[in-house]
Every structure is written in C-alpha cells, then in structure tokens.
Design a protein around this ligand. Structure first.
Ligand SMILES: [Zn+2]
Length: 844
C-alpha cells in the first residue's frame, strides 16, 4: 500500500458545495462537488476512491486531471497557487461494503426495502465526494441531495433541511468540521422527538420494521446525556439538532457523525418491556459514548489518526461518567470493571501489542488502529487514572479551557494534558507519557524482604515476552499512609512490615478501587492476610483480587491450581461483579479438561457446588422489586448449573421453554439465552432447529436474535452444523454484520469446530471481499485465537495465517495471536495435571 502524504499541506479547503443524485434502483450515483480553498503550490491533489471523474474545472476552466487509484487521489495542475475554486463532476456505484454511501436491507410485512446511509470514518468520505479527507482539513459544507424518493420518505443529515426544490433536498451550511463526520441517510423512517432544556432537538429514527416503543429508551437516554454534557463540559451543544439513527446494516457499533449519529440497531433500539438490564446498560453507554464525541471528537478533533486514542479513550471514559450521573442506581462503573478493565489487562499483556499512541504509516493501518482493548479500554483506563489524580473540578475546568482553545479546530494529546495540567497544577503529561507511549503494563510485586515491606515493578506478560526494562509512573493508591502517590522507580522499601501492619490494623493493599492500570502480586502470606479479612472488602476489591489472581495464573506467575480452592470463598456473594469474575475464572478452567471426560465431569461438579445455593436463592424467574445485583447475577449462576448438567436446572429450563413454546420472545430476556440453549443441547430435534432458525429470520429484536444465534450454535448435530455454515454466506438469513457472533459460537463448540475452521480457511477470500474493508475485520482472527488451545490447532493456525503476515492491517494481529495461542498451549501442558488434581480435591 502507498505511503501517506498529507494533502492538507498542499491545499486547504474552506467550503464545499456537494450535490449528489442517488438511485437505490440502479445502485449508482452522480455527484458534483465544488470546493473553495487555498492552494499552497500549483501541484495539488484531492482524495477520491472509486469515483469515475468526468470533468474538472479550476476557476470555471476545464482542466486535465490524473487519477491515481493506488494512492486514492486525483492529481491536478493549477496555473497558480492561492485562492481557487475546484469543481469535480463524477459518478460512482453504491457498494454493499457498509462503507461510504451504502444501502441497508430489511423487510416490512414481507416487502424488501432499502435504507441508504453513510459511514465515512476512517477514510470513506472520499468514496462519496472528492476532497481533503483528513481530520485536520476542517471546512464548511453545503449538501444538496436528490434520490429515487417515494411518498412519505425521510432524509436526514448533520444539519436541518432548509428547502426542497425539484426533488432536491438542501441542508443548512454546516459549522467547520472534518469530512469523516459528514453523514446523511434516507428511506422510509419512523421517529420520536423531544427537546433538551436548552432547546436542542433530539430525535431517534428507525425503519418501520420496529415497534414504535423500541425508540423510547434511546430518546430518553440521548436527551439526558446531552443535558448532562452541556452542564459537565460548561459548553453548549454546538448544533441545532441531535439525531440518532439505527441502520439495519452497520459494521461498527455506532458512529458519532456530528448531529446525525448512526447505530447498529442492537445498540439503539430495545423493547422496554422485555430487555435484560445488562443490555439496557450497554445501549445507554453506547449512546452516551457517541454523544460525548459531539464535543470531544467533533467540536475538537484529533489532528491526525495517531491521536485516535484521544477521541476514543475520552468518549469511553465519559460514557460511564455520564450514565453514572443520570442513572446512579445502575452503579455503571461496575460494568467498566467487568468489561473494559479485563479486556485491557488481557490484551495489553501480550508482547507485541500496540501502545495507546501509535504512529500511522499507511492507510490500511489506520483501520487496524481501532484495537478496542487498547485504544478504547486501556485508553479509558488511562483517563480514569488521570481523573482520579486530578479530581472532577480540575477535569471540568481543564476541559472547558480545552474546548475554548480548540473548538472548530484540532488538537493533540499534549494539548489536553496542558489544559488538564494547568487546571490541576500537576504535570499530567509527564505521568501519562510512560502509559501512552509504551505498550504493556506492570505487575507490582509486594513482599516482605528482611522484615521490610517492599514493592517492585516489572512488565507483566501472558505468554512469551521480551523484557525491555520498561518502567511506569504508577499511581499506587495504597491503603497505608506510608505509600507514595506515584511509584517511579523499580523498587521501593516502605519500612518495617510488622510495625506498619500493627499501626494500620488491616491487611496491606495497593490499587484500592482498581483504577490504575496494573496488577498486584502479593506474596503468599500477604495474600492470606487479605483473604482472611475478605468480608471487610467491597465488591470491587473482591473482584480485583480474583481478577489479578486470574491474570497472574494466565501469566504463569502463580498456578491455577492455587486459585481453585479459593473460588468457594466468593461463591455466595450477592454482588454481580464478584459473580462475573468468579464465573469467568471458573470458565477459564474449561481449557484444562477434555470434552466428555472424567475431568470434565469433575469440573461440572465444581460448577454445581459453586452455584447450588445461589440457584436456590434466585430461581428462574425475576422477582418483584429485586435488586439490580440479583437480576444481573441470575444468568451467571443458572448458566453454571446448566453447564454442570444439574438435572433440576435442565428440567426447569425445559419447562419454561414448553410454557412459552408459542411465544418464545416473551421469555424473560435475562434468562432467555439459557432456556433456548438448554433446549438445543438437551432436547434437540429438527423441528426445534427449524423453529429457532425461522424465529431468527423473522425477528427484528436484536437481543432476541443474539439469544437465538447463541442457542443454535450450541447444536451438536452435524447436519444442523452444516446447515448453519451454509447460511454464513446468505445475507438474507445472517447479515454480514452479525456473522462474527455465529462464527464464534460454532468455533467454540467442540462438535462444530472442525467444520467452522474449514469454512473460514476455504472461504477466506469471500470473507475478505465481504467484510474486508471493515475496521473490525481482523477481529475474526482474534476470535479464533481466543478459542484454540491444542498444539495441532496452533500449527494449523500458523500454516494458514503466517503467509498473510504481510497483509497491511493484519500483521500485528497475526503476530500477537500466534503468541496468544502458543502461551495457552504451554500453560495447559504445564498446569493440566495440577489443576485437575486441585478440582478433584475440593469436589464433595
Ligand atoms: Zn467512539
């Protein structure tokens, strides 16, 4: 791939007039783009991709041009530099790649329909109009769009529509903004509207395949999020409206286009009467994330893609800050601890991982930057550390300053640190440098050496790791006063342990609140001290102990066999986060047992032992006025009982299935997935399979569809497995956006693994052609690497992916994934016997 040269250095656009005439019928569009700007030299270029350019005028004079497809540009020779008006007339196709301008497909009452929308991040605006498609090249835009319009259809864009003349829809001039944030969409839509207290119009839009009430939840969260941000940022929402639009085909989760945020349907629409609390929380955080971007990302934009983390980390933190403020009873930071934190800690421990801040060399690498566990989760963790260090007052003062200084412009990481540092009187940049520029994170060892309480740091690895001598400035958050705020050296002695222990009257702990990005390895006696006072610890502290032990075992610093006897200490917890990590850890033990072996039977007994009391306590049906923790815990313990093949649990789930046979979507969403999976695992037949497949095809409820896909991929029937794989490439059943979940389900299924692995190897080309432009394409490889665990699969993985190592955008992923599987294979070989002995010892 070609190396990037910044076109913005040669030509600075100031204003675009864009006219598009789009036909869904012919999948074709015609465009005319007029750009006013300043040329720094006579040789300039505009970005374009797959545009068939008819004619170019420079200041109304027809000009020769050269298309350079490899570099995605059109080159122009001007007679002189300075102010210039460029006019480009062109045609292009609508493709089904979910990038650029693209159709979404759906059905209402058996009639096929199309909704056209856009996805321009990262570099796909150039597929719709020529221009300088770089975040720094901010300009104003006038959009005019014509389309094959039917009565009653709606068209939306970043700004309000101001007039319609001869079927052409004209939109108000935008504020100064980046090309990747331009958006529009048209089709047969329904909507719900409201207004914020400050007068911003808020709307939610969806196709008419959905029930009107599915829009309500999003409307409420969007309105209150905007109100929250206006207050928190001390900065008014910059546009007249904020539209939220659900697109039936969508590659990422959601996209923060300024004023017209687009979402995967699963992340915007939900049935208010039957949706799991966890799903509601997830949808709310996605909406709050995109709306945080309306300021941080849209109003002030990263200067170049290397600072992508600045956008994403910040929005990822703010989604929790916002939802915690507007729905305090949800304790939403607990979700941060069970989703972002473990994702970041796991991925960031693999040698070869990218740092949060990365240089970008070529266009394909821009998309590979979107490593969710690093750019989103670890980055957010960095900002949570900053927030904990400087406090909310300084954060808000600093942000207000940052928005003031850079609004309608661009910024770099250093600009944010400067603003926050000024507000807090701390050199934030210096502390953050070690975290942002270095990959990985430290484990802090705590031990008593010659009577002295001693802490030391070194990089933590899962699998093979090259020790590069990296050191971090670690916010320690110790519970003894003697602990300094920051550890900035390899080793530190804190003083006489016995004396400190007596003075403080409690076990010694670090990273209290689990807000800093490191794990703690306590020496055995110090850990025993903590575990002895477990009941005095809060839920997050208990989660942290299990989470750190789990990572230490993954990194081979302690044995899983040491953790097995500890699990029961946590089994009766009424906290959802403790149960989350407990069953995650218990689930990790599955890799040490063969399917259908005596060892698996022992592990199942352990699951039964862990979950029995909680199953009794919580039962299968939600109770009136039960706590959020109980609602969230129920699926974990029922899932454990079913894995354990507990006959009462299997029967209870079966009865629920039979009672709801004719209206399966009415099963309580918290447990629906378990009921359906149980049926497929234990009462499977062709009729059931066809019934669930048909439900999947017909349903428009994304969370129900996800439950059905989870259940169907649990089948052990080879004929059914083959039937599912046949549907992988049939978009009328499984949309490309949903394929990865199906693939993962079947690959994780011992009976389905071989056929599924064969499929992806045989049809890799199809996959690349279908979803290869997608910025999450490489996660198909991650999915495989998270599942494989045998030497044979490792060899097959290498044989297939090593020849693809030079594919731009895949290099890092493949390298890391080989390490991840290698590490797991070794771990299993080393620990298998000890782990199974430990399990045998504690089962009654
Ligand atoms: Zn984002």
């Amino acid at each position: 791939m070609a190396k990037i040269t910044r076109l913005y250095d040669l030509f600075q656009p100031e204003h675009y007039d864009i006219f598009l005439d789009i036909s869904r019928e012919t999948k074709h569009f015609r465009g005319k783009t007029v750009i006013q700007g300043i040329a720094q030299q006579t040789e300039i270029a505009l970005h374009q991709k797959d545009l068939e350019v008819m004619v170019v005028y420079v200041n109304d004079e027809k000009t020769p041009f050269e298309i350079d497809s490899a570099n995605e540009v059109i080159r122009l020779q001007l007679s002189q530099a300075g102010n210039v008006t460029l006019t480009v007339e062109y045609e292009a196709e609508l493709t089904d790649s979910m990038m650029g301008i693209y159709p979404s497909y759906y059905e209402v009452d058996g009639v096929q329909k199309q909704l056209v929308g856009t996805q321009f991040e990262t570099t796909f605006a150039r597929q719709a109009f020529p221009g300088i498609d770089e975040p720094e090249a901010k300009a104003t835009f006038d959009l005019a769009i014509k389309y094959d319009e039917y009565d009653g259809e709606t068209i939306l864009s970043n700004m309000p529509e101001i007039k319609v003349v001869d079927g052409i829809h004209y939109f108000d001039t935008t504020v100064k903004m980046s090309t990747y944030l331009i958006a529009f969409a048209f089709g047969d839509l329904q909507s719900k509207m409201t207004k914020t207290t400050s007068g911003v119009q808020v709307g939610v839009f969806a196709t008419k395949a959905h029930q009107a009430q599915e829009l309500d939840f999003a409307l409420d969260i969007a309105k209150r999020s905007i109100e929250f941000y206006e207050e928190f940022y001390h900065t008014a929402y910059p546009l007249p409206h904020s539209w939220q639009l659900a697109l039936p085909d969508f590659s990422a989760g959601a996209m923060e286009n300024w004023g017209l945020v687009t979402y995967r349907e699963a992340y915007l629409l939900l049935d208010p009467k039957n949706t799991a609390l966890e799903t509601k929380q997830l949808v709310a955080t996605v909406i709050a994330h995109e709306l945080a971007h309306q300021w941080f990302g849209d109003l002030v934009t990263m200067q170049w893609w290397d600072d992508l983390w600045l956008n994403e980390s910040f929005a990822n933190m703010m989604e929790y800050v916002a939802i915690d403020a507007i729905e305090p009873d949800w304790h939403i930071w607990e979700m941060f601890q069970t989703s972002d934190v473990p994702a970041a800690l796991q991925r960031d421990a693999t040698d070869g991982v990218q740092s949060v801040h990365v240089q970008v060399q070529n266009p394909a690498e821009i998309d590979a930057l979107f490593d969710g566990a690093i750019v989103y989760a670890k980055g957010a963790r960095m900002l949570v550390m900053v927030r904990a260090l400087i406090g909310d007052d300084a954060l808000r003062t600093g942000l207000k300053q940052y928005f003031n200084n850079h609004q309608y412009g661009n910024a770099k990481g250093a600009d944010l640190w400067a603003a926050l540092g000024d507000a807090a009187g701390i050199d934030v940049g210096a502390i953050m440098h070690s975290w942002l520029e270095q990959p990985g994170y430290p484990v802090v060892n705590v031990e008593v050496v010659d009577g002295q309480l001693t802490i030391s740091q070194q990089q933590f690895f899962i699998g093979e790791g090259q020790n590069a001598g990296r050191q971090w400035q670690i916010p320690l958050k110790g519970n003894y006063e003697v602990v300094p705020q920051i550890l900035d050296q390899p080793t530190l002695s804190l003083g006489d342990y016995q004396q400190l222990r007596n003075e403080n009257g409690q076990p010694f702990r670090l990273n209290v609140g689990n807000e800093s990005h490191f794990i703690v390895h306590y020496a055995k006696d110090l850990l025993a001290d903590i575990l002895g006072a477990l009941d005095q610890l809060g839920a997050i502290d208990q989660l942290q102990i299990l989470q750190d032990l789990r990572l230490l075992a993954e990194g081979n610093q302690i044995s899983y066999a040491e953790i097995v006897p500890l699990l029961e200490k946590f089994a009766d917890s009424s906290s959802a986060v403790v149960n989350d990590v407990l069953y995650r850890l218990a689930g990790d033990l599955k890799k040490f047992v063969q399917p259908d072996s005596e060892e698996e039977a022992n592990l199942q007994k352990l699951f039964n032992q862990l979950s029995a009391k909680q199953v009794q306590r919580l039962g299968w049906k939600p109770r009136a006025a039960e706590s959020n923790d109980d609602q969230l815990t129920r699926p974990y313990v029922l899932g454990a009982a079913l894995y354990a093949k507990n006959p009462e649990a299997i029967l209870a789930a079966h009865e629920l299935f039979e009672q709801n046979q004719n209206q399966l979507s009415n099963l309580s969403a918290d447990i629906r997935s378990h009921v359906l999976s149980n049926e497929v695992k234990n009462f499977n037949n062709e009729r059931l399979f066809n019934q669930l497949m048909e439900q999947y095809r017909q349903s428009t409820d994304p969370s129900y569809k996800a439950d059905l896909s989870r259940a169907l991929t649990a089948t052990t029937d080879e004929k059914q497995i083959k039937a599912i794989i046949e549907k992988f490439e049939d978009a009328s059943t499984i949309k490309p956006q949903d394929l990865r979940a199906w693939f993962r389900g079947l690959l994780a299924n011992a009976k389905g693994q071989q056929l599924t692995w064969d499929w992806i190897r045989n049809d890799w080309k199809w996959l690349e052609d279908t979803v290869g432009g997608d910025m999450e394409f490489n996660t198909f490889i991650t999915v495989i690497a998270n599942i494989f665990r045998t030497p044979a699969r490792l060899e097959e993985f290498k044989a297939f992916f090593e020849p693809k190592l030079q594919t731009p955008g895949l290099t890092r992923e493949i390298t890391m994934d080989i390490k991840a599987i290698e590490g797991r294979v070794k771990l299993i070989q080393a620990e298998k016997a000890a782990v199974n002995t430990a399990i045998e010892k504690i089962i009654a």
